[in-house]
Each structure stands twice: as C-alpha cells, then as structure tokens.
Design a protein around this ligand. Structure first.
Ligand SMILES: [Zn+2]
Length: 111
C-alpha cells in the first residue's frame, strides 16, 4: 500500500514502453520512463517507508503517481502525437455515453 507516494529517485536508464489508461480508453502511446524508481510513501500505520521498483512495476507506479499529480501518459508525448491520439479518441467516442465535450477554459480572474 502506497499512501501519498512520492518518487524520490529515478534511474538514469530509461525505457520506452506502450501505455494505455482506463481514463482515456482505446488509445495507446509509447512513453519513455526511468527503468527503476525509489518511492517514498506512508504505510497503513502512517509510517514512512521507501521501496525500489523496476520493470513493469516501475512503469505502473510512475503512471499512477502521475495521475495524483494531474498528469496523463499523453502529457509525456510530443504535442503532435498527443493531438493525433486525442483526435482519434474523440472520433471513436463521438456519440457514446460519457463523451467529454470540448470546453474553452475561462480565465481564473482575481484570486
Ligand atoms: Zn492511467
């Protein structure tokens, strides 16, 4: 169990692997990530611990921690590749329940 996980070390060696995401189903992209990471988190008793993970688990941990930081695997791709995939996804989802409408964000204004 990882509570409030933070990546504290990343290997210099990276690896490219295909990723998909249940948040944006049916599209996949190749993402380059460190092969090994050290994660610091709290356990169920609130104690801090560190774990080093590699391989597929390292990719999964990085992907999931990205979600906590508001980052999708698409954000790791080039702008061109990302727009192509999003267009493909929108086309595939058009008319289906759960289709996300395009919106124009409004300026936040004074805070
Ligand atoms: Zn995901």
């Amino acid at each position: 169990m990882l509570i409030n996980p933070v990546i504290v070390e990343r290997s210099a060696e990276t690896e490219i692997g295909e990723e998909g995401c249940l948040s944006i189903p049916e599209i996949f992209g190749d993402v380059e990530r460190p092969m090994r990471v050290v994660v610091e988190a709290l356990d169920r008793d609130g104690q801090t611990y560190r774990a080093e993970v590699g391989g597929y688990k390292a990719r999964a941990v990085q992907h999931e921690i990205d979600h906590l930081d508001g980052v999708l695997f698409l954000d790791h791709l080039s702008a061109v590749k990302r727009s192509l995939l999003v267009a493909k996804w929108k086309k595939a989802r058009k008319g289906k329940k759960g289709y996300i409408k395009d919106v124009t964000p409004e300026p936040a204004g004074e805070l």
